[in-house]
Write a protein that binds this ligand. Structure first.
Ligand code: GDP
Length: 367
């Protein structure tokens, strides 16, 4: 469902399809419904569920992915009606993060986010479980508070307790890992090595640009979130000054709150940078919206006050009209193609120019 414009909904659905493909699914059909608010029981309207069921049947789909966060009961109702697995946007993104997290800290953060997502949802699953166990153990018919106090409930409580312990432990571990990272960062600050963070919407070409700029062998995938853990490379300016370039986690619109929190440390790294190179995909149907979304997230981690260098990438594949429009809109942006290398020298020079200059030390020698 959508309460926005149809174009918004279509863009969001295109993004969802790209996310699903990243997670390894094959996308068959898209379905949009305009409503003022989601249906409390079934998310989309009850009539629309019938349409959905017939689409599922005719397309031979085995999964329905919803572009939003479903309540446990909406999820259960939709699964019962469509007879296939139902996944929401948050679960999908968490799944992708889990597939791609590489560092120890990244993996711990993903697991924490997954458990936090799971914990309130255990209820729906537990209710079904306790009803089943209660039914067979007590001859059925147990309703209300009595029926749910079966062995399933005990099991559910145990599961919940175990998950809470694990969450607490992960939080402690992440805190310790963060201290280590901050120490490293403090060292960098002491050495006064300027840091450049490459930020941008997911799939904008951040890894490709980092490779172009430094020749580093960073994994490039035609997949969203190929980059999860910040990859830092050293580079040198033409006059011999050293600086670092870091690839950062890709942004998406409506980032689930579990992920924003879990990945704050990764994003905080951006806030420590001296310059943010903000990469925009010139072939995207709505680059302005992408820029707006990324700036919003940068604002959330306090990185919106940093100097920003806008870079429009994929100029080899973008259409001329769009590029002209974007040039007028962002006169200071650098236009590049990570693929054919066009504009890369210009980008390198612009980055060097915008790096902070080391403070000039003035020594007065007294006799
Ligand atoms: P990231 O998620 O922002 O790190 O993006 P990647 O660097 O992994 O690139 C995402 C996709 O865009 C990959 O399929 C790249 O091959 C493609 N890509 C990156 N740069 C360019 C470019 O300049 N032109 C074109 N046509 N495709 C590009």
């Amino acid at each position: 469902w959508t309460d926005g414009t149809l174009l918004d909904a279509e863009n969001s659905l295109t993004e969802l399809a790209a996310l699903a493909e990243t997670a390894g699914s094959q996308v068959l059909e898209g379905l949009i419904q305009r409503r003022n608010r989601p249906d409390p029981a079934t998310y989309i309207g009850r009539g629309k569920v019938d349409d959905l069921s017939s689409v599922v049947l005719s397309a031979g789909a085995d999964t329905v992915i919803c572009d939003g966060e479903l309540s446990p009961s909406q999820l259960r109702n939709l699964e019962q009606r469509t007879k296939v697995k139902v996944v929401d946007r948050t679960a999908l993104i968490l799944d992708i993060f889990a597939q791609h997290a590489k560092s120890k800290e990244g993996r711990a953060q993903v697991e924490l986010a997954q458990l936090e997502y799971l914990l309130p949802r255990l209820r729906g699953w537990g209710e079904t479980l306790s009803r089943q166990t209660g039914g067979s153990g007590r001859g059925g018919g147990a309703g209300g508070g009595v029926g749910v106090r079966g062995p399933g409930e005990t099991k559910l409580e145990t599961d919940r307790r175990r998950i809470r312990h694990r969450i607490a432990r992960l939080r402690r571990e992440i805190k310790a890992m963060r201290t280590v990272r901050e120490t490293k960062r403090a060292r960098r600050t002491r050495n006064a090595v300027p840091a450049v963070a490459i930020a941008g919407y997911t799939n904008a070409g951040k890894s490709s640009l980092l490779n172009r700029l430094t020749g580093a062998g960073v994994l490039v995938e035609d997949a969203l979130f190929a980059t999860l853990d910040p990859t830092t490379r050293r580079s040198t300016t033409s006059d011999g000054r050293v600086y670092t370039l870091s690839d950062t986690v890709g942004f998406v619109r409506h980032l689930p709150h579990q992920i924003v929190e879990a990945f704050r440390s990764t994003l905080e790294e951006v806030a420590e940078a001296d310059l943010v190179v903000h990469v925009v995909d010139g072939t995207h149907p709505d680059p302005e919206e992408q820029v707006r979304a990324v700036r919003e997230v940068l604002g959330e981690v306090g990185a919106d006050r940093l100097p920003e260098l806008l870079v429009v990438n994929k100029t080899d594949a973008a259409d001329e009209e769009t590029l002209l429009r974007l040039k007028r809109l962002w006169p200071d942006a650098v236009f590049v193609s990570a693929h054919n290398g066009r504009g890369i020298d210009d980008l390198r020079e612009t980055i060097e120019r915008r790096l902070p200059r080391p403070a000039v030390e003035l020594r007065v020698v007294l006799p």
